[in-house]
Design a protein around this ligand. Sequence first.
Ligand code: ARG
Length: 472
Amino acid sequence: MTDNASKTPAANGQGQAMWGGRFSAKPAELMQAINVSIGFDKRLWAQDLAGSRAHARMLISQGVIASSDGEEILEGLAKIEDELSTGTFPFRDEYEDIHMNIEARLRELIGPTAGRLHTARSRNDQVAVDFRLWVRDAADRSAAQLQALQKALLAQAETYADALMPGFTHLQPAQPVTFGHHLMAYVEMFGRDAGRFRDARARMNECPLGAAALAGSPFPIDRHQTAASLGFDRPTANSLDSVSSRDFALEALSAASITATHLSRLAEEIVLWTTPMFGFIKLTDAFTTGSSIMPQKKNPDAAELIRAKVGRILGSLTTLTVVMKGLPLAYSKDMQEDKVPTFEAFDALELSLLAMAGMIADLTPNTEKMAAAAGAGFSTATDLADWLVRELNMPFRDAHHVTGSAVKAAETKGVDLSDLSLGEFQAIEPRITDGVYAVLTPAASAASRMSYGGTAPAQVRAQIARWKEILA
Ligand code: ARG
């Protein structure tokens, strides 16, 4: 400690910590190293300026500070905004975080009047409002990017509303579906994801500014004014909660994690579909990479990376949850650890959403190969069973049994169900007529599934039309 001892008076704007009034020694270097957050919270500069402006204007209109002082502060903040947006702002570690960096710079620019900005405010409510504004923007961006992804899926779904492909359960061929129907499943998922971001936004849209350190302020501040000017619906109602809660970020990270899970599933399908063994879709060179040793390779790296990002995003939710658990009210410095995981998660999510939208627009399905696969694996067996129920009035369980025998016969013969002769069908069930062949093609199978939300192209088109209206 003695190495760092200094008799310099605090708060002189020469690199001494702002809270140094009651301290006689500078913080040890290690203390500074663990404490400093400017390296990452500089990303909050625009939000910090917005919060400071709203606060300064409110202090003026409430007569807490003189208008002339307030104007000087606002002019100084405008200069600082200039410096920050042109990259000339002098960030300095000794001022710890974005809040004190900006305030220290304000002091350099306009002198001691700068100190009046912090009237009725604390870094605790300051960081709470800055971070909330940042997360709110991130939630809005994610919702918008989800909609762009939905539009890319819709466009492909419309083109391929009746392109047949195998539908799977257990990744085994189950029943024929259409490629449009399959893509529309993701439109539904991403629609719910966007809804989760909107719900989170509505809940987080309360302004913590004015909670001050933890107990509120003795000055006649107008929290409704600052809340409104920052686009919040209302001020938060409990000053302790205002500075201690980060569940708005947890909720946004949960929405991000669920979205990332959906992205990861779609990414996995793209990886599968692009292997020559499936060969269902092709990506252009724009979304694939080659191998340095195997000239034939075209790897779906973007899909693989999107598939992996969920680790980072869900990891961020875990990180922040663990940071917050067990924290006594009100603010604790632990909470400074909220930013890095949140920034990292949304950076990863936004990149994934953009890349996925790009890949979806980029892909071309091999409709012949998909249609051929749609008929493989006795995928119309259920249609045969349903025909037996409808035409012969068989109980479904009996029909299931008869169909099982037909599948076995076809398998033994090494042919598809539709290649069995009428005689062979009748050897299993004498009442079968040649009307059965009409339901054994994948196209007939898909077209017959007209129940609401089913895979029949007419149903798929109805859902596409509904979503087009929603997203218009
Ligand atoms: N850099 C701090 C954070 O991110 C700002 C709040 C600090 N408040 C305090 N009382 N030390 O949480």
